[in-house]
Write a protein that binds this ligand. Structure first.
Ligand code: HEC
Length: 405
């Protein structure tokens, strides 16, 4: 009896081993470790420890990939490397993703992401990032951005990168009531307001905050009344001698010039600092006014939506129909924060950062890893509600198409 049950037991165990397949079981586990390693690296740009891999792998074995990803985003590399990379093209005039030196606006992305703050604060937040020099380090130049960069300060550390309302990392005179996240910070601000006519702020918004190329600024039906005096037209105000105003110039400038008033008090000095002149339109708004003196003259910082009669443009931006204009840069930031396209654009940037794919995919429309009309809009609309950028990273990196699981 005793012998018999032992034998049956042995047979039972062998059968069980065959059913599960002991070697296959070990493989699953190694596979989970490998997936954990990959997931961690994609989310942090740095190597994982065996301990974190084990922890992540146990969630992976349980099928909870997003929880595994959440462990990874606690790593310092998520802020120091991934958020930096994700936002890099936004803060420089050439929109170069490899020009990733620190700027005030980049640090603000890092701060908002690290603190899990509603992500639209990058467009309308009233506070600023500030850097505390870590113990043992020094910053003889006093340039905290450069010191943070050279000294590789850990900006995921809550004692080093902090929020401030009175002490900016880069000097600026933007009053608190006009502060509008990156729109009033060094970095994005310099890309937008250095030289030119501040129209670049709108171009930068289209390209980098809506992920839309210049062509998408064009409207055939937007009203022409706000096109600046520096855009030449013939005296009939419409046709232009060669018709070029009608065929080309008006399409962008009707849209852009209605909005540009928002930045009338803003200016920038190279890549160094930005400035604000309360109630004084920057002289750049009058430059070239002799080209068409009957054009629109900017008198204050109000702006108008000229494309409200263009359903194509409204749909493309997911522009809120209730917003027909505003006064000042902060109202413009708040309007961008209400557009659907901002959230889609950020999701697209997340995908570019943690889900490697054909670099030309966006232009060619081919080889998208995440389905551009099914998966991406869903993640984007969830993001517009949650406003949590960390969870977007986790969701995207954990997607089966992205992780290759
Ligand atoms: C694709 C959109 C687009 C079209 C089409 C377009 N522009 Fe512009 N224009 C811009 C942008 C963007 C800027 C701001 C560039 C900058 O400051 O870097 C600008 C700036 C300008 C400026 C100010 C230049 C300065 O010194 O900063 C003038 C004048 C101008 N455009 C005239 C024209 C004329 C004339 C045409 C037609 C021949 C035209 N634009 C067509 C987008 C466009």
């Amino acid at each position: 009896m005793k012998r018999g049950s032992k034998l049956y037991y042995r047979i039972f165990i062998s059968a069980l081993a065959c059913l599960i397949g002991t070697s296959a079981y070990a493989e699953t586990s190694q596979k989970s470790i490998d997936l954990a390693r990959k997931l961690y690296f994609r989310l942090t740009g740095s190597a994982s420890t065996p301990k974190i891999r084990e922890e992540m792998a146990s969630y992976i074995e349980a099928g909870d990939y997003e929880k595994a990803a959440h462990l990874a985003t606690q790593g310092p590399g998520f802020i120091n490397n991934t958020i930096r990379q994700f936002s890099s093209a936004i803060h420089n005039r050439n929109q170069n993703p490899r020009a990733n030196n620190y700027s005030e606006s980049m640090l603000y992305f890092m701060l908002v992401a690290r603190e899990d703050r509603p992500f639209d604060e990058v467009l309308k937040g009233k506070d600023f990032p500030q850097i505390n020099i870590p113990a043992g380090a020094n910053c003889p130049s006093g340039n905290r951005l450069a010191c943070a960069e050279e000294g590789k300060y850990d900006l995921s550390n809550k004692d080093i990168l902090v929020s401030s309302t009175n002490n900016r990392v880069v000097g600026s005179n933007v009053p608190a009531n006009e502060a509008a996240g990156i729109f009033t910070m060094q970095g994005f601000g310099n890309a937008a307001y250095d030289m030119g006519t501040n129209r670049r702020a709108i171009q930068q918004t289209f390209n980098q905050l809506w992920c839309l190329a210049n062509e998408n600024m064009k409207s055939d039906v937007a009203v022409l009344d706000y096109i600046g005096r520096d855009v030449p037209r013939s005296s009939d105000g419409d046709q232009g001698s060669s018709g070029v105003f009608e065929k080309e110039c008006r399409k962008c400038h009707s849209v852009m010039d209605g909005l540009k008033g928002a930045f009338a008090y803003m200016d920038a000095n190279g890549s160094a600092s930005i400035s604000y002149s309360a109630n004084t339109v920057n002289p750049k708004y009058a430059r070239g006014r002799e080209a068409y003196p009957d054009g629109f003259e900017t008198r204050d910082d109000s702006w108008v939506v000229t494309f409200d009669r263009d359903p194509g443009m409204i749909a493309k931006l997911g522009w809120p129909s209730s917003v027909v204009g505003g006064k000042g840069v902060s109202t413009f930031g708040a309007a961008v924060a209400q557009t659907d396209r901002f959230y889609t654009c950020m999701v697209e940037k997340v995908i570019d950062t943690v889900c490697p794919q054909d670099p030309n995919a966006r232009d060619t429309g081919k080889n998208f890893i995440l389905h551009p009309t099914k998966v991406v809009p869903q993640i984007a609309s969830d993001f517009k509600k949650s406003k949590n950028i960390r969870s977007v990273f986790e969701k995207v990196a954990a997607r089966p198409e992205c992780l290759g699981r």
